[in-house]
Ligand binder design. Sequence first.
Ligand code: ZN
Length: 253
Amino acid sequence: MRSPLLLSAGFRHAFFLRNGGVSPAPFDSLNFSVSVGDTPAHVHDNLRIAADDLGVAADHILYLDQIHSALVLPGSRADHAATYRTTQGDGVVSADPLVACAVRTADCAPVLIADRASGAVAAIHSGWKSTAQDIVAAGVRALRELAGGRVDLLAAVGPHIEACCFEVGDDVATTLAGASPDHEVVRPGPRGRPHVDLRRIIHAQLARAGVAQQAIDHVRGCSVCDRERFFSYRRDGARSGRMLAAIVARASK
Ligand SMILES: [Zn+2]
């Protein structure tokens, strides 16, 4: 799936679906995690498929060992992919047009951010814990530092566990409501427990961080509801595959 907004600004990117890869069930088929039980050979082939789509080399797709933090790290073509991928963090920022900044998700929200002024980009893994720590603000800060001047930001929030399925305990609901500039983000679900709208929280956090309202795109889909298109940890448990979301910097004007 693509964001029309990012496309119109000339940023190569994708929110990859679970389809079109080589992994067998239950990782069928475009899975990007070996830690769930899939083989490195399958993930390697899937990375090549993503690399072809993004127009970069497979070992220039940079993602981190994700830990649900608010840590955003810079990456470039000088980084050795295998080393980078075992470094802990939840966001990647780069101005290198040969590199794809990437995150892997199954229910957590992937957020792609781009600066039209410098061409620099960021990929952010905003699950509920990172959302509670306002990781998109950390991503915007890292982009501003890298750009080093006036920025003109765009963002796209990808498919994840939407409010229909994101039922949580009262403690999580309270934590997330406290992290949200928009207070209309929790509503009671059909079973009386709170449902949280992560998309709405992330939108409000992006706006507070300086992304204009009309520069925030939404690529919608619920990972839990739509088994055909998405992996979901909540639905499928520990052996759920992981999807990739990635964006490539473009040379500055
Ligand atoms: Zn749903």
